[in-house]
Design a protein around this ligand. Sequence first.
Ligand code: ZN
Length: 247
Amino acid sequence: MFTRRAADGGARFAFTDRWGGAGAAPFDELNLGGHVGDDPHIVAENRARVAAAVHLAAERVVWMDQVHGNTVTVVDGPHLSPIPATDALVTRTPGLALAVLVADCVPVLLADPFVGVIAAAHAGRPGLAAGVVAGTVEAMCKLGADRSRIVATTGPAVCGRCYEVPEAMREEIAGRVPAARARTREGTPALDIPAGVWAQLAAEGVSSGTDTGEKSHICTRESADHFSYRRDRTTGRIAGYVWLAED
Ligand SMILES: [Zn+2]
């Protein structure tokens, strides 16, 4: 269902894949997105299954109504409905999970386990350009996090060899984030959003060394185990979860 890794001090990270849920094609099986045309009851069932698998109460998972912007919202308790118009969540409340939905965009999970501040961010092309990563790190620091201690992990996303864009779009994004400049296998203009995210994290003082960071090398467009909007258009969403364990 998902991969998981734990950081010192009780921070937990998890990323789902598309298997282990109750959904039918084209949302088979574990679609967690509530805005993609899938049956809401099945989405709720799928969210409950993941919560149970990671020993969380489903109502203590906070979701976002993601809009490809750079708004960061601090939360300190459960929310029954998604936080409106936001692309990053930050909390220091133990046992409260933050979730980010993707199907090609980069799910970014961050934690300063020492002070117990965590964040989840949604970084696609517009979010990368708008600085959602820097805004998230800044919001964490306002709650007491230290950049040098922040542990980062990014989940499955479309890779630079698969994300073809018009030349003008590549130049516009690469003008702000040079590391995102890429080429497809065919040699046409492309963007590498994960590389751009990690360059932005490094610029914020968050290291990508093995002690503090882990980058998924799964390309959603190439993986039969993941949803990909670029590949399938009508499809589900995987999710990244971050939380501070209470034990
Ligand atoms: Zn790829």
